[in-house]
Design a protein around this ligand. Structure first.
Ligand SMILES: [Zn+2]
Length: 283
């Protein structure tokens, strides 16, 4: 049995050990010299709500308009070039091989097209379907392919995008459409030969007799809005617009074109060259 003295000594020892342990614990959490020991909130908690900047939502992609001009080089080509240079917008020209060497004026226009960085040059065949003999032309698939190859080689075109004369035909990796079915075999052959065939979603119509525009720029803009809104383009949010160089030789019509381009720039739309159209077959 323990004596009272032994018991007291034991109690004192326990007390001393407890005291020493408390000192040791205090030493472990001692703050650095000169620093007060206060509760440190986490990084998130230190942010002042007023200064927190939310990540901006991803930018909404602009709808694309591909403005294309057919049948050049021709009367009106220089007017179009002048306008796109003034407005610094990219457009595409579907050119006819024969036209480039038909006259001194057309040769000069071709030189200007080649020098203009905003102009993308594409293929509208060499003979324009044997000078508009459309039905006959599309009966001979091999000959159609050769006509496009001749245009490509004579104009030294840098891309593989063609537009069929007199036909709204599409052959890309994602769009296949043929307006007049009898031309389908020829169109397939052109695609198999390595070309993309690009038609159009909307045309700026003109009168074939006096080459004047049938509708003004505001009316065309309404048609364009409607085509986007109703999903009537071959690819959603991408619209290919067909126009013709020769119409814009006329001062009033070139003013309409200039106004149209300015309006496009003001809107939430972006002009783009056809080689940037989605899902084209690579060269
Ligand atoms: Zn044409």
């Amino acid at each position: 049995m323990e004596t009272d003295d032994e018991e007291a000594e034991r109690a004192a020892s326990i007390l001393l050990r407890s005291f020493l342990m408390a000192i040791a614990l205090t030493a472990c959490i001692k703050p650095e010299k000169g620093k007060s020991f206060t509760f440190q909130p986490t990084v998130e908690e230190t942010k002042d709500p007023a200064t927190v900047t939310e990540k901006p939502p991803p930018k909404k992609k602009k709808k694309k308009v591909y403005l294309t001009f057919d049948d050049g080089p021709n009367k009106g080509t220089m007017k179009v070039l002048h306008i796109i240079q003034q407005e610094q917008v990219p457009v595409s020209f579907f050119l006819i091989g024969e036209h480039a060497e038909a006259s001194a004026m057309q040769q000069a226009a071709m030189d200007s097209l080649e020098q203009c960085e905003l102009a993308e040059l594409c293929n509208h065949s060499y003979t324009h379907a044997w000078h508009n003999q459309f039905s006959k032309f599309y009966e001979y698939a091999d000959s159609v392919v050769k006509d496009f190859e001749k245009c490509r080689d004579s104009l030294q075109l840098q891309n593989n995008i063609v537009r069929t004369p007199g036909r709204n035909i599409w052959r890309t990796d994602s769009v296949i459409a043929t307006d007049i079915k009898r031309s389908a075999v020829a169109a397939d052959s052109v695609f198999q030969a390595g070309f993309n065939v690009m038609g159009w979603d909307l045309e700026w119509h003109y009168d074939g007799k006096d080459l004047s525009l049938k509708n003004n720029a505001d009316s065309l803009l309404n048609q364009l809005d409607s085509a986007f809104a109703k999903g009537k383009t071959k690819t959603p949010d991408h619209l290919v617009l067909l126009a013709h160089d020769q119409v814009y030789e006329d001062a009033a019509d070139s003013t309409e074109l200039h106004y149209f381009i300015r309006k496009i720039k003001e809107r939430d739309l972006e002009l783009e060259v056809v080689s940037r159209y989605p899902n084209l077959r690579k060269q």
